[in-house]
Design a binder for this molecule. Structure first.
Ligand code: MIC
Ligand code: SF4
Length: 639
């Protein structure tokens, strides 16, 4: 039978299940990546599994998020991660080396292989033809222990690209257009495969911008074929031997097909506060800006930043705008330093940050109150930049750099002809900041700082769940809403009791204290609950506060899995049913009904009404929930 790219890679890695849509499959994971704000928990969980050495082909532990180090907490976590990597067998990418996804693309990604990462943008390596999937830290810890990754077989959408990118139009405009067409829910349960004659017109870093931001569609992953452009990129990274050709069969069948003519695109911008709120830049021309931020795992490649330097050359940043630039990796920064582009940026008045996530996750550079900030990043959820009442716009680096000069949102086409930026045929290679695992793991002592608190645990799932509705939220609640990030809260990622004080703090500052007083309860949401990041803290911290179930119209994939991994029931709130804050609920016979795969009966004691709530659980997930979460399940002998 002819196969898509997705089916080929999955078939090559299939451990159990068969290739029927919607069915549960398990796949072998070749590589994992973790970063500091999810990795600390993932390594603690790996330790809790009691396995002495990692069982993947390659695992890399990156440090790129918690970089401000305003107290000892993050530095302690970095030291823990470095020692744990050395002892258990992971490579360790030191702080300053760059953003995990950019680095993995440059140095480790392999066409045709699988990568599980504790970060939602792990599909970035799909730009190389690698199947990258984002997951919660506990799933990645399990993969590091050699346990396959379980999920439902996604449907496959082909985005057939035609034409080439016109001057000033970039790969960011391609993915913004897909977001405009499909919305932030449009990719749920799908893998986006890019094909068609336009593919050959995109370099690997351009493809990676598209696969990276496929996360904002809610897609499980995004994939490009591996072709001569892939070979060229790997050769320029000194890794031609890692190249293999990979393409779908000519007559492969897809679940849906989207036609996209790149030559008809124009510069696009996503308006506040959602990445799918996309309009032509021209529609926003003249919107005054306070800040422009360039970088993030979406748009911080050598090509991107050379484009920025060319636009800034001989010009000066507008007096009302703060321009900050964070290169994606030390390779990019070193190349810009050597060829003079860095000097051009400095001369133009740009503030150069270290190679890290930085402002993308509110780790510094929060804009002023009521500001408008334009960013080459991937998410513009309200408050994520660190300023709750700021408006965040997203665009490609061309729009960002042009707007930094004029002080307002600007269509870059008005700058005349763009400079020609050649794709480098040789990158500057220096892996000195990547430490291989220790030769003598026995001799390595794992160093834990005082902020690392023991993992909260819970017993098996209770048979009756009782409590009040602690929060009622609308559609598209993000994990940034549930468990905010930013410079104040992120350093607490290895301390669940401390971080749980901030659960839902942006939506309702009293949530955590109310949950504690009530001894737990329920959360009610709308459609696509838990979209955005992979942070398992958005399940783990509510669990620690006693939340036992979330009732929502639908769930985002990674968060749904995280809820189950920590023993919280994800229940479907039927259309037409509404619950109010403070309603007292009782759900009885939970264990027996789940075992029998029957809907649960939710009694609203306050209103005297009751309704049936369904759920989407595979047989394995049922057992995980009954055990009270994945760690309990694995300790009981499940895999
Ligand atoms: C993000 O972009 O939101 C993050 C921070 O990279 C997260 C990971 C996290 O919250 O730990 C992600 O995308 O998964
Ligand atoms: Fe870092 Fe932002 Fe990418 Fe998340 S989206 S990995 S915070 S750069």
């Amino acid at each position: 039978m002819p196969r898509t790219l997705t089916q080929k890679i999955i078939a090559d890695h299939l451990v159990s299940g068969d290739l029927k849509p919607g069915g549960e499959i398990a796949i072998r994971i070749d590589q994992t990546l973790t970063q500091d704000v999810t990795g600390t928990m993932a390594f603690l969980q790996f330790e809790a599994l009691g396995i002495p050495r990692l069982r993947t082909d390659l695992s890399v532990s990156y440090v790129d998020h918690n970089m401000l180090q305003t107290g000892f907490e993050s530095a302690d976590d970095h030291r823990y991660l470095q020692s744990a990597a050395a002892k258990y067998g992971a490579h360790f990418s030191r702080p300053g080396n760059g953003i995990c996804h950019q680095l993995h693309l440059e140095r480790f990604g392999l066409p045709g292989q699988t990568l599980l990462g504790s970060d939602s943008h792990t599909p970035t390596c799909g730009g190389l033809g690698m199947l990258g999937i984002g997951a919660g830290g506990l799933d990645v810890a399990a993969a590091m222990a050699g346990i396959p990754f379980y999920g439902s077989l996604p449907r496959v959408t082909l985005v057939r690209l035609a034409g080439g990118l016109p001057p000033w139009i970039s790969a960011k405009d391609v993915i913004l257009e897909v977001l405009r067409l499909l919305s932030v829910k449009g990719g749920v349960g799908r893998i986006m495969e890019y094909g068609g004659p336009g593919v050959a017109n995109l370099s690997v870093p351009e493809r990676a911008t598209i696969t990276n931001m496929g996360a904002e569609l809610g897609a499980t992953s995004s994939l490009f074929p591996s072709d001569e452009r892939t070979r060229f990129f790997l050769r320029a990274q000194g890794r031609e031997a890692d190249w293999t050709a990979l393409a779908p069969d000519a007559d492969a069948e897809y679940d849906d097909i989207i036609e996209l003519d790149m030559s008809a695109l124009e510069p696009l911008v996503a308006k506040p506060h959602s990445p799918d709120n996309v309009v032509p830049t021209a529609e926003l021309s003249g919107v005054p800006l306070d800040q422009v931020a360039i970088g993030s795992c979406t748009n911080s490649s050598y090509q991107d930043l050379m484009t920025v330097a060319a636009i800034l050359d001989g010009r000066c940043v507008h007096p009302s705008v703060d321009l900050v630039i964070a290169p994606g990796s030390r390779q990019v920064l070193a190349m810009l330093a050597r060829n003079g582009a860095l000097a051009t940026m400095i001369a133009a008045g740009a503030r150069i940050l270290e190679a890290s996530c930085g402002p993308c996750i509110g780790m510094g550079q929060a804009p002023p109150s009521g500001a408008a900030t334009l960013r080459s990043f991937n998410r513009n959820f309200q408050g994520r930049c660190g300023t709750q009442d700021a408006d965040t716009y997203l665009a490609g680096v061309e729009v960002c750099a042009a707007s930094a000069i004029t002080g307002e949102i600007t269509d870059p086409r008005q700058l005349g002809d763009p400079a020609d930026i050649p794709v480098p045929d040789e990158f500057l290679i220096d892996d000195g900041m990547i430490l291989p695992p220790a030769d003598d793991p026995e001799a390595v002592e794992v160093r834990r700082g005082p902020t690392i608190a023991p993992l909260p645990t819970r017993g098996p799932l209770e048979d009756t769940l009782r409590g009040r509705v602690l929060l009622v939220a609308g559609d598209n609640v993000t994990t940034d809403d549930i468990m905010p990030a930013g410079a104040k809260i992120l350093p607490l990622r290895s301390n669940i009791p401390a971080i749980s004080r901030y659960v839902f703090s942006r939506l309702d500052p009293d949530f955590a204290s109310r949950a504690r007083e009530e001894g737990g309860g329920f959360v009610v949401g709308g459609a696509n609950y838990g979209q955005g990041s992979s942070r398992e803290h958005a399940a783990l911290a509510p669990m620690a506060l006693g939340v036992r179930a979330v009732l929502a119209r639908s769930f985002a994939r990674i968060h749904h899995a995280n809820l189950i991994n920590f023993g919280l029931l994800p229940l479907k709130l039927p259309q037409g049913q509404a619950l109010a804050l403070g309603d007292e609920l009782e759900i009885g016979e939970v264990r027996a009904r789940i075992e029998a795969r029957q809907p649960l009966l939710v009694a609203n004691v306050t209103s005297g009404k009751s309704f049936e709530a369904a759920y989407d659980l595979t047989p394995r997930q049922t057992h995980i929930l009954l055990a009270g979460g994945l760690l309990n399940y694995i300790k009981e002998g499940g895999i």
